[in-house]
Every structure is written in C-alpha cells, then in structure tokens.
Design a protein around this ligand. Structure first.
Ligand SMILES: Nc1nc2c(c(=O)[nH]1)N[C@H]1C(S)=C(S)[C@@H](COP(=O)(O)O)O[C@H]1N2
Ligand SMILES: [Mo]
Length: 323
C-alpha cells in the first residue's frame, strides 16, 4: 500500500469527521449575538463591513423554504474557508479584519462582452437594482453544511449587464491579490489568485447569486466582502469570494481546487451524495450549529436539494466523470 504524504494545501481527512471540529472557544460569543435583526441595516456602515448599497434588502419569498432553519449568524461568520487568510476555520475572521480594505472596491467586467467596464462595487449593486434576501442551503465539499440567508442579486443580471458576445460560453471569476494583507497568499498555501468558473447557462440559472450581505447586513470580510458567488447546488469551493473580475471566455476555465488536485476537485462541483470524494464519503453532512457544538448529521441531497431546479442543466452529462 502506498503511503501518501499530504501536501500543505490539501484538506486533511480529519476535517470531515465530527470530532472536535467546532472549537469550544467561540461558543461564548454566540450568546451575545441574539437579537441582531433590526439593528442589522445600520451596522452595514461599520468598519470591516463593506458594500452597503442596496440595504435594507427585501426578502424574496420564492427563495425561502420554510423547512430550512437558518444557521446562527455567529457560526456563518466565524467558521470559514478563506485560505487567503489562513487554513483553519477560525483564521479568516481575525485575519481578514486587520486592515484589509474591501471598500471602495473595483470590479472589472471583461472578455467577450459588448459592455466591458470597471465599476465600484456599490455602484454595481445600484445598477443591479439593489439587493434581495434568499435563504439557501450551503454544502462544503468537506461534508459540513449550513443554511444561509444571503442578500444580493441574481448573477443573471450581471450577465445581462455585461451583454456577452455569442462566442462567450463560460464565466471566469477571480479573487483579489494582495500579498500585504493576505497571509495565506504570502505563504502560498494555494495557487493565487483564487479563480472559479461557470458555464454561461449555469451563470444564468435563476439560483446563481452574487451575495453582498448575510442576514440583512453587509457581508463581513471573512465571508468574501464586498461580493462573492453563491451557487447553492454546488460545493462551497465554487463560491469564489471577494471577486475583482468577471471575465467572459470561450473555453472552460481552470478553477483553483482543480488546479491543486484535479483527481479530487472537478470543474462542476455539483453536490452529489452518490459520488464520493476519493478520501471521504459525500453521502451525509454535518450540520453546523445543529444539535450542539459538534452539529448533527443529515443525508446529503442530490444537487444539495435543488435537483428540481437544476437537473435540466446536466441532462446527458455523466455526473461521475464530471465531478
Ligand atoms: N477566494 C476564495 N474563495 C473561496 C475560498 C477560498 O479559500 N478563497 N474557499 C471556498 C470554500 S472551500 C468554501 S466552503 C466557501 C466558504 O464560504 P464561507 O466561509 O462564507 O462559509 O468559500 C469558498 N470560496
Ligand atoms: Mo469548501
């Protein structure tokens, strides 16, 4: 039997087990966060929170399944994957709030489009007609999940705004590069900048969303301020954070985790309980914040519960090969 030495950037197998993953330390803080609600909108302008345009957001009832119980705000904003700011779940919150500025923030729309533009994130939100709130399931490839009330706008609006040329078939999204403020980039724990991609029909799907907020407040730095992708039927690594560039391209782009380990992370990243990760099962998931500190477990659903909406995108595609 071959014994592999995991590389520094690889996800350790221990993170998919329900052991002592959710540290006991932040538990105290959860008690302080009850009753955010109404104060939310005003908090948007506080230091560390960016892209305040569009708030207060309005709930879109079409994307709010009453069966879903949102994960407490404190878990969503302190249990993070954002390797630019460190590899532990607790790293991004402190490290992304030590002087890294996410406002103002320039976003570039480029590539095969009729309307290339460089625009400030708040101005982009205004052009998109403000923000709405949707409650989505969130499933990380590491087999944990949350339910997140996102504020933002449909990605399809940005695509329409860009007015892609007929040759554009994919959308490539790139995160910032800032060696001074991002210790993970200095350490080179992944190849940077972080990039992700979608087919254009995926980008235009009604569920694909650009989040600028959580729970009605501007999105915190650690969650990908000022704007990040949300594709709820795909594994979390698809949801590229702190985007600086939307580039319309003709050919399928590479994505960061696929570059790091192509046999473990594909382009599609569709949530699929029937296709295991080479090193762990994807059949079930640990619910963060559910049932005590360690979370309860539940079965993982095909396309993360959005099969009815998205299965049509993948008709005829071998989901085992196209993981
Ligand atoms: N730029 C960037 N985007 C990223 C990541 C990252 O390390 N860098 N991690 C991804 C992974 S693996 C997950 S699970 C989600 C986590 O989002 P959250 O911290 O808001 O829950 O962000 C994704 N987007
Ligand atoms: Mo993830």
């Amino acid at each position: 039997m071959l014994i592999r030495t995991p590389k520094a950037w690889e996800l350790p197998e221990s993170i998919v087990t329900p052991e002592r993953d959710y540290e006991l330390r932040p538990r105290r803080d959860f008690l302080k966060t009850l009753g955010l609600g109404l104060a939310g909108a005003a908090l948007g302008s506080r230091a560390g929170l960016a892209t305040t345009a569009g708030f207060p957001s309005k709930v879109n009832p079409d994307y709010r399944d009453p069966a879903l119980k949102p994960t407490p705000y404190e878990y969503i904003t302190s249990y993070n994957n954002f390797y630019e700011f460190g590899m532990d779940k607790a790293d991004p919150k402190p490290n992304a709030n030590k002087g890294w500025k996410t406002e103002p923030w320039t976003v570039e729309i480029a590539g095969l489009v009729n309307k290339p533009i460089k625009i400030e994130a708040n101005d982009l939100v205004e052009k998109m007609g403000g923000v709405e709130q949707r409650v989505y399931r969130f499933r990380c490839v590491e087999a944990w999940s949350m339910v997140i009330p996102w504020d933002g706008f449909p990605l399809a609006k940005l695509v329409a705004f860009a007015d892609p040329k007929p040759e554009a078939r994919f959308l490539r999204m790139t995160t910032f590069l800032d060696l001074k403020n991002a210790p993970g980039q200095r350490a080179g724990n992944l190849e940077y900048p972080y990039v992700e991609g979608l087919r254009l029909d995926e980008a235009n799907h009604e569920l694909a969303f650009i989040a600028t907020g959580i729970y009605g407040r501007a999105i915190p730095n650690q969650n990908g301020a000022p704007l990040r992708l949300v594709t709820p039927w795909k594994y979390g690594f698809k949801c590229v954070k702190s985007i600086v560039k939307f580039e319309f391209v003709a050919r399928q782009p590479r994505n960061t985790w696929n570059i790091m380990a192509a046999n473990e992370y594909g382009f599609y990243a569709n949530v699929n309980p029937n296709v295991d990760h080479p090193r762990w099962s994807q059949a079930s998931e640990r619910v963060i914040g559910g049932g005590g500190v360690l979370g309860s477990r539940q079965k993982t659903l095909l396309f993360n519960g959005y099969e009815k909406q998205v299965a049509g995108l993948y008709q005829g595609l071998d989901l085992k090969r196209n993981y």
